[in-house]
Design a protein around this ligand. Structure first.
Ligand SMILES: [Zn+2]
Length: 103
């Protein structure tokens, strides 16, 4: 986490990746994992405390629909996530890719 945190904060421009309004201050792991691939950029969101605790962890079923929580059988890199109101894919390179899906 020590190595990836500066990259995560840079991707987020220091701002919460959910609301896009408040200053980010906490790393959220989309998928619970063990081992070295736990701290890859596709698996992480940089969040303000309110979004992290209220929007994500207090409402896990909604958070799964939004891609903020990813089940163990899915790949975070392949699971679209609502980031500041836009559906994107998060790459391990730090790129934020808009999805081709139209809903
Ligand atoms: Zn927020």
């Amino acid at each position: 986490m020590r190595q990836v945190r500066p990259l995560l904060r840079a991707r987020a421009d220091e701002v919460c990746e959910l609301c896009g309004e408040r200053r980010g201050e906490e790393a959220h792991h989309r998928q619970k994992r063990r081992g070295p691939d736990r701290d890859v950029l596709s698996n992480l969101l940089w969040l303000c405390s309110a979004c992290h605790h209220v929007r994500v962890h207090a409402h896990p079923s909604d958070a799964r629909l939004m891609g903020w929580i990813v089940s163990e059988v899915e790949s975070p890199a392949a699971t679209p996530v609502f980031r500041r109101g836009i559906l994107v894919l998060l790459a391990d390179s730090g790129e934020v890719l808009t999805t081709d899906h139209s809903y």
